[in-house]
Ligand binder design. Sequence first.
Ligand code: NAD
Length: 359
Amino acid sequence: MKTYNIAVLKGDGIGIEVTNQSLKVLDSVRKKFNLDIQTQEYLVGGSALDNCNQSLPEATIEGCKSADAVLFGAIGGPKWDNLKHDSPEKGLLELRKTLQVFVNIRPAFVFDSLVMASTLKPEVISGVDLVVVRELISGIYFGEPRGIEIRDGEKVGFNTMFYTESEISRIAHYAFKLANTRQKKLCVVDKANVLEVSKLWREVVGRIAKQYNHIDVSYQYVDNASMQLIRNPKDFDVILTSNLFGDILSDEASQLTGSIGLLPSASIGDKYALYEPIHGSAPDIAGQDIANPMASILSLAMMFENTFEEQCIAKTIKDCVSNVLEEGVRSKDIAQFGVKKVLGCNAIGDLIATKILEY
Ligand code: NAD
């Protein structure tokens, strides 16, 4: 019997609620496919701050390193926003850095049954299938120097957007290889008309592109790309971009699909992989059983696809999510458009878990 060890980091707010649904799905996968799947939970973010006064305890790092993959929920919340010594967000950034998961893959695809759930016209979003490849452990989120200090009698805040050639090169290779398995189109999104760091991205990607002659490479400034993404999203296949721009563009892309609660992601490095919905802990809806658990469940599907190379299981999970949507079941975030049945987070988790057993 195959054994998979998964470290589970539920985090805070709806991170806990949606991950609980993924655990139900995992239980069904365990039974249906006769696998030995072991899960071990660890604290991260605000819940770790509450329990051990640090957002990323050593036990969590060790647990992630010894697992085959990490299932992550979401962290953060107003309760921990103004701490001086630490923050939930710092814990997540440190976790990504420690595990060296340098590429964040964020697919955005539109389920046929949700074409009407987008705020955009059906003809614009029907058939959208793109992937944002976001650099995850460098750039302005990590660059030094950073801080807030007094200069000439007033406060100044500053951050540094920083990339080395090797950081750009490793993610560029990843993106080219991914494009090769898809529509063979790669769009690099940057701000090369203003930023030196973006000029370096273009130089490095341009050099690497010569090794992938069959890939159609284009470049767009991020302001234009954010416009084109809404105007004609079907033009995009793989979008390669930096940490900051990828963070923003993938949230924008989520609105093509209908809701941020639908978008999964995989954060992958040479040794470790972490799977998480792209959304945060959503304090505005936490504790109400109305979060959409599908992004988390689809992140689990990505884990089976990428880390465990169990394509059949990944497809089963995706198909069951799709089937539930086709039956007209909706969570509140996608409920306003032609809905038959609005269910809570728990009930949707139960339904998808049951579908997997019956599949
Ligand atoms: P958010 O993603 O938590 O929420 C944005 C909006 O989308 C909210 O209105 C929320 O209700 C809605 N939403 C998000 N996920 C949903 C789901 N599954 N179903 C239905 N609706 C959903 O972003 P935010 O409000 O900017 O941040 C809230 C907290 O989350 C902050 O503390 C932030 O730092 C943190 N955050 C964490 C992560 C992460 O853990 N990876 C990512 C982004 C933000």
